[in-house]
Each structure stands twice: as structure tokens, then as C-alpha cells.
Design a binder for this molecule. Structure first.
Ligand SMILES: Cc1cc2nc3c(=O)[nH]c(=O)nc-3n(C[C@H](O)[C@H](O)[C@H](O)COP(=O)(O)OP(=O)(O)OC[C@H]3O[C@@H](n4cnc5c(N)ncnc54)[C@H](O)[C@@H]3O)c2cc1C
Length: 477
């Protein structure tokens, strides 16, 4: 049996960032993911904000890694062909008495190295954010805040890691971690993987994975965030990301721009116990809508076209990133709540240095493929380019998802890149993500997926085993 230098458990943005960073070196690496596809954990259900670093305690690890991650993300996004837009954020206050609080946030963020911050006043806000409530008194403007598609970032990172030699295994839930003389034997879905080092990047389950290795000194409690997506026709509702003053446990309810064009409002922040609870609630919606309307009074209930909830993996106030002396060779990356998406590339660098310090030899490969070809999305292309594409490849002219204008060619490319479920196709291409939620295109998508993978329609799932869509094939289908 092959012995890997390193196994990474969990293929969210953190695990895939670590995998890509380590794939620069002469190492045999396995990345194990329990779900049917990558980015099906917390990394699929967040706000997609690349935070500038304005709302973290100045001496926190997450604050430092957020600021560093903000700088690194733009470079990585460029290399991987993932769109990153620097849209800037405004932390808005409605009373003059709250301006000192903005000054405090500014000072703390500057201590962390955040650049370009300034306080803007009512006149500036009226000019640059015309839909913002007239009641807004001032804001802290952070120009380096950006937006990115969290799942497309994970797919970019994982595809590039694979090209650089990382072996990626899905549907591999790690259930046993045994210590051996040479390192670890990790059992997942009946398979055994051997490695000298293990990195635990298991998100909400990082405490349980640590438990398998005999480390039992922290617990992860989910903190639910409900988010509500608005129709794309509201794309220009705001020019910036709008934040209220943060509370102790959250950044508050935001009006968010997203990489796909739909604005979003949310998230809530409620501690809960169930790590698998994806439900949104009426009370969450009312709270979010009321808070969002305080910022942008013109938002209507009927603007909301979809919703989801994400669970932040909370293990205290800060990230836990450490070498486990109790289990030599084991690195824990846990409690990666917000701003984990932003901090991921900086977390990856920190993990590399922890591994190096603890004996992993990091020798650069002669060739590291740092670039990945940008995936074509018709919705992001001008009409002239679309015409050219169709001339070269007619399947670009075969539109499968009309709401989001996704072609058969894009679906085929997504499947070739690893999508094996309907959600995997949705996250990669946006097919089913529009107003009709796939009412029009789901059947066609299932047929394309069945044909490409040689599976019957009864084996096509929304997000893996147990989420099959149909019970039987109809003979005439
Ligand atoms: C509502 C909400 C909004 C947020 N907004 C932002 C934001 O705007 N900006 C920002 O920077 N951050 C944001 N965050 C935080 C960010 O989403 C997370 O910090 C980040 O996604 C964590 O990534 P991860 O890779 O650690 O976790 P995950 O994405 O959950 O990855 C862990 C993976 O491990 C797998 N796994 C678990 N157990 C096992 C096992 N036993 N065997 C194999 N695999 C296993 C899981 O299936 C999962 O895929 C937000 C979070 C939430 C919930």
C-alpha cells in the first residue's frame, strides 16, 4: 500500500488551499472528502466576501490571517481564472454618536495593516450609494473588500492541485485514525490510507476528526447564518458591500453584492446544536428583511428568489491552527468561522510552515503549474464573444438553463471537470440557480449527466447518495 507524505481531511476552501500550496513541493498528497463533491460543506454556503480585515480583534489570529488572505486571494484568483471583484465595503452608522465606534474599528483595522480606510459622511454616501437610507449618518469605507464565488474558488484550487499531483478522493468519510510507527493509518469508507502527516481541515467536524486521533480539548458549535438571495434584476441595488456596526458574535446583517450578480441579504447568527441543519426560518427572514431595509428601504419581500443557511464552525473566539504534540505529525485547523474564506490562503501558508517546522521536507518541484484556464460562463461574456464561441462549438448555442443562460457545452465541461451531481453542476455553472430553480432545466441536466457518466437516471442525485430524484426510468423518457 502506498504511503503518502500527507493526508488532508476535508475539501472545503481551507483543505483545497492547503492542498494547492503544498502541491508546489515534492510530496505525495491525498485529499479526502466525505461528500460526493468538493465544496459541499461550509464553503458552499457563505457570503462570498473577501473581507478587508476591519472587524477582527487586533491581536487575533483570524484578524492577521484575514488581512494577509485578502492580499493573497486576488493573486490566487488571477492564477486560477476565478473572478475577484474589489467592490469595497461600508460600515454604516445612523447616529452621529456612533462615529467614535467607526473610528475605533478604523484604528484596530489599521493596527492589523488594513490600508485605505476612511470615514465618509452623508454627502459622500448620497453620491456613491444612492439607494442607501437617507438616515445614514456616516460610514467607515474599506476599499479593499471584495467578492468571489466561494465554490468556484474551491473548484479552481482543487483542479489546480490535481494538475500538480494531489490525489483527490470523494465519498471518503474518515472514521478511524490509527497511529503507526511511520505515522498514521486513516480509514475512510472501507479504504485505508497511510501517511506520515495528517492535516485536519474538516470544518464543522474538525472536533470529531481530532477525537479520532485522541485529541479532545475543544468542541465545535455551529452558528447558523440564514441568507436570502435577491433577483438579478436588482444587481445594481448597491455599489458596495453594506455592513452595520458589528456585534460581539457577528458582523451583523449585510446587504451583499455577489460574484454572480444577485444581491444577497443576511446572514443571521444563531448558535445551534445540529451540524446538519440547513433550514431557514420565517423569524430569520423577518429579521434579515427588517435589518436590510433599514439600510436599503426599497428592498421588497418579492425581490427574494432563494435562500439557504450556512453553519459557521465555532470553537471559541479565534481559529485553532496548531501542531498536536499529543499526536506527532497531526495538524489541526479548526474553528474556521468567518473570515475563513478570506483567510484560507494565509491559513495554507501557516500550515506549510508548521509542517516544515515539524520535519516535513518542503523541496520545490521543478515545475509547478500555477495557472488554470478560465472556465467559460456565457452569462459573463459579451454577445460578440458568445457568437464566436457558438461558431467554434455549437453546443454553446444549446441553452439548457434559460434563467441563467447556461449552455450544454458548459454543463459538459463541468461534468468533465468533476461535477457528478446536480448541485455540483449548479455550483460550477449556475444552471438551476435562477428564478425558476431548475423547474425548466433539471430533467435536461439529468439526461446530460446520465449520458456523460453512463449512469441510469435513477442514479442521478441532487447531492450524493440518498438524494436521488426519480425512482424509475420511464421507457419513453
Ligand atoms: C453564513 C456564513 C457566511 C459566511 N461568510 C463569509 C464571508 O463572506 N467571508 C469569509 O471570509 N468567510 C465567510 N464565512 C466563513 C467561511 O465560509 C468558512 O470559514 C469556510 O468556508 C470554512 O472552510 P473549511 O474548508 O474550513 O470548511 P468546509 O467548507 O466545511 O470544509 C470541510 C470539509 O470537510 C469535510 N469533512 C468533514 N468531516 C469529514 C470526515 N470525517 N472525512 C472526510 N471529510 C470530512 C466536509 O464534508 C467539508 O467538505 C461564512 C460562513 C457562514 C456560515
Amino acid at each position: 500500500m502506498k504511503t503518502y507524505d500527507l493526508i488532508i481531511i476535508g475539501a472545503g476552501v481551507v483543505g483545497t488551499s492547503i492542498a494547492r500550496e503544498l502541491s508546489r513541493y515534492k510530496l505525495d498528497i491525498a485529499l479526502l472528502e466525505k461528500e460526493a463533491e468538493l465544496a459541499f460543506g461550509v464553503s458552499k454556503s457563505n457570503s462570498g466576501i473577501v473581507h478587508p480585515g476591519t472587524q477582527n480583534p487586533p491581536h487575533s489570529l483570524k484578524g492577521r490571517l484575514c488581512v494577509q488572505g485578502n492580499k493573497l486571494t486576488r493573486k490566487i484568483a488571477r492564477e486560477l481564472g476565478v473572478d475577484f471583484k474589489e467592490v469595497g465595503e461600508l460600515i454604516v452608522v445612523f447616529k452621529e454618536e456612533e462615529v467614535p465606534e467607526l473610528l475605533r474599528l478604523k484604528k484596530e483595522a489599521e493596527m492589523l495593516g488594513v490600508r485605505g480606510l476612511r470615514i465618509v459622511r452623508r454627502e459622500w454616501l448620497k453620491k456613491h450609494e444612492p439607494n442607501l437610507s437617507q438616515e445614514a449618518a456616516a460610514a467607515l469605507y474599506a476599499p479593499t473588500a471584495g467578492i468571489i464565488s466561494p465554490y468556484r474558488l474551491v473548484y479552481g484550487l482543487s483542479e489546480n492541485s490535481r494538475k500538480n499531483g494531489v490525489e483527490i478522493f470523494t465519498r471518503q468519510k474518515v472514521t478511524v485514525i490509527a497511529r503507526t510507527q511511520a505515522g498514521f493509518e486513516v480509514t475512510a469508507a472501507g479504504n485505508t490510507f497511510k501517511a506520515r502527516y495528517v492535516v485536519n481541515a474538516a470544518g464543522l467536524y474538525a472536533d470529531e476528526v481530532c477525537g479520532l486521533a485522541g485529541i479532545d480539548d475543544f468542541r465545535i458549535r455551529p452558528r447558523k447564518g440564514e441568507e436570502f438571495i435577491l433577483d438579478k434584476k436588482k444587481e445594481h441595488l448597491t455599489n458596495h458591500l453594506l455592513f452595520p456596526l458589528p456585534s460581539k458574535t457577528s458582523k451583523g446583517i449585510l446587504v451583499i453584492k455577489t460574484a454572480d450578480g444577485n444581491p444577497m441579504i443576511g446572514p443571521t447568527a444563531e448558535d445551534c446544536d445540529d451540524k446538519e441543519d440547513p433550514a431557514t426560518t420565517d423569524s430569520g427572514f423577518s429579521k434579515v428583511l427588517a435589518s436590510a431595509r433599514k439600510m436599503i428601504p426599497s428592498i421588497q419581500e418579492s425581490d427574494v428568489i432563494a435562500y439557504f443557511a450556512g453553519l459557521r464552525p465555532v470553537a471559541g473566539d479565534d481559529f485553532i491552527i496548531r501542531y498536536e504534540q499529543k499526536a506527532p505529525g497531526f495538524v489541526t485547523v479548526a474553528g474556521i468561522q468567518s473570515p475563513g474564506l478570506t483567510a484560507a490562503p494565509a491559513i495554507a501558508l501557516l500550515v506549510c510552515s508548521i509542517l516544515k517546522k515539524n520535519g516535513l521536507c518542503l523541496k520545490k518541484k521543478p515545475v509547478f503549474y500555477k495557472h488554470r484556464k478560465k472556465t467559460i460562463h456565457l452569462f459573463a461574456e459579451p454577445l460578440s464573444k458568445t457568437r464566436e464561441l457558438i461558431k467554434k462549438e455549437p453546443a454553446y448555442g444549446d441553452i439548457v438553463c434559460r434563467c441563467e443562460m447556461v449552455s450544454a457545452k458548459e454543463i459538459q465541461d463541468a461534468i468533465a471537470a468533476g461535477a457528478s451531481t446536480l448541485d455540483g453542476i449548479k455550483f460550477r455553472t449556475r444552471a438551476q440557480a435562477g428564478r425558476c430553480h431548475g423547474s425548466f432545466c433539471t430533467t435536461r441536466l439529468m439526461k446530460i449527466l446520465a449520458k456523460a457518466t453512463g449512469r441510469p437516471l435513477t442514479k442521478i442525485t441532487k447531492k450524493g447518495c440518498g438524494s436521488e430524484i426519480v425512482k424509475e426510468d420511464r421507457a419513453d423518457a
